[in-house]
Design a protein around this ligand. Structure first.
Ligand SMILES: Cc1cc2nc3c(=O)[nH]c(=O)nc-3n(C[C@H](O)[C@H](O)[C@H](O)COP(=O)(O)OP(=O)(O)OC[C@H]3O[C@@H](n4cnc5c(N)ncnc54)[C@H](O)[C@@H]3O)c2cc1C
Length: 385
């Protein structure tokens, strides 16, 4: 006998996108019976998500407000040719907090340790033989088949340290690109969590996906030592390789995540093509889903397919920038494009990260002589989208 678990909405994949949708529905549609099905032991895995205050629309702040662990009123960037304090707020969310809030909100309906074998518009089959039947299913199991896209990689290793003495940093340095360039455009990110706690991440925009964890961890340790910071303990570590999309076929990518089923998060292609970041889109998607009235599988599919398709089309510009970043300069000179970008008005920078650049912003970003070979920049611009 197959055990059937009924519900209104089944969300498969309790990561960032799935977790936020579940929380948004619990808040705005409390009458709905929602199940969140996560294969791992914790909602959200092992992540520190960072974002700019301007990434989240004013009307959507309620979704992330209970999750934010740290917030700062401004942040810094450093490049060889200039340094800047930008008064746009910066925030972080720890996955442990997402896990705690989702469990407190959904109780046993947050089903961790439950691997889904298959999902369609109305049902999810679990590896333990149980079956979930829902009015509508949303698949948020992480990326689809990324090999269908033309990619570079933004890869990183981040480590959180307890230091022996206060570090003296008052706000995050999102980008310190004054470090030696390696494996493409490289920078170090630091966020101070307390007087003696600091998160340091080594990041590079690389042609390859493989992460040399030991090498990047050693670079982080060297960066801390260079600052005179003596490490007492390593509290946490994370690593990732995010897709930077230079082109590809949206339809194939969407289909690779499952036919006719609604999709959210990376699986829907809802991430920033130039940075690989998915949080701004995940918040917008959760808010949008919470505003719906029809939670049938077909309606959810049509809604999310439409959003993902239009988002892909509107983001041609970001894919072009990604091509410029990877193709218009050799790996050692890639930093010159972001260095120039960071001279722009902070509002233009903010809309870029939020994936909301206006036509005027796009012109401002491209105006002027590129800091790389014009021929290579043109070739990159004219490449496949
Ligand atoms: C370490 C790291 C740090 C990042 N930091 C940032 C950041 O600071 N800002 C930002 O915007 N983006 C960041 N990203 C990029 C992106 O936001 C994250 O990858 C984000 O978690 C993607 O959300 P998602 O819900 O689509 O996928 P995920 O969060 O990966 O969620 C997918 C979930 O589905 C589950 N799953 C998979 N298969 C099954 C199955 N068969 N059955 C049940 N469950 C399944 C997985 O266990 C996982 O929990 C980071 C990525 C990584 C890896």
């Amino acid at each position: 006998m197959v055990t059937v678990l009924p519900c209104d909405v089944a969300i498969v994949g309790g990561g960032l996108a799935g977790g936020l949708i579940a929380l948004a529905l619990a808040e705005r549609r409390p009458a709905l019976d929602v199940r969140l099905i996560e294969g791992g032991e914790a909602i959200g895995g092992n992540h520190l998500w960072s974002f700019y205050a301007s990434d989240v629309g004013v009307g959507d702040e309620w979704i992330v407000a209970p999750l934010i662990g740290h917030r700062w009123p401004a942040h810094r960037v450093r490049f060889p040719a200039h340094e800047r304090l930008i008064d746009t707020g910066y925030r972080t969310i720890e996955s442990a907090r997402l896990d705690a809030v989702v469990r407190a909100t959904l109780g046993a309906k947050a089903m961790t340790g439950c691997k889904a074998l298959a999902a369609n518009q109305h049902a999810v089959v679990l590896a333990d033989g149980r079956r979930i039947e829902a009015r509508g299913v949303i698949d948020a199991r992480g990326a689809g088949d990324l090999s269908l896209l033309d990619l570079g990689w933004r890869k990183f290793v981040g480590r959180e340290f307890e230091l022996a003495a206060p570090h003296g940093a008052d706000m995050p340095t999102i980008i310190d690109a004054t470090v030696a360039q390696a494996d493409g455009y490289r920078f170090v990110h630091t966020s101070p969590f307390s007087a003696t706690r600091v998160f340091i991440e080594d990041v590079c925009y690389s042609d390859t996906r493989a992460i040399d964890r030991d090498d990047m961890a050693a670079r982080i340790d060297a960066y801390a030592a260079d600052k005179g910071w003596q490490v007492k303990a390593v509290l946490r570590e994370q690593a990732g390789a995010l897709p930077v999309v230079q082109g590809g076929d949206f339809e194939s990518y969407w289909q690779s995540g499952g036919h006719n089923v609604a999709k959210a998060g990376m699986r829907a292609g809802l991430f920033h093509p130039t940075t690989g970041d998915a949080l701004p889109d995940a918040v917008r998607t959760a808010a949008l889903i919470a505003r719906q009235r029809d939670y049938s599988g077909a309606a959810l599919h049509d809604l999310l397919y439409g959003v993902a398709r239009r988002t892909w089309e509107r983001r041609r510009f970001y894919r072009m920038l990604a091509r410029m970043l990877f193709r218009a300069a050799g790996p050692e000179a890639r930093y010159k494009l972001p260095e120039r970008f960071y001279r722009l008005d902070p509002a233009v920078v903010g809309r870029f990260y939020a994936g909301r650049s206006t036509i005027g912003d796009q012109m401002r970003i491209l105006t002027g002589k590129p800091p790389v070979s014009i021929g290579r920049a043109l070739t990159a611009i004219l490449g496949r989208t």
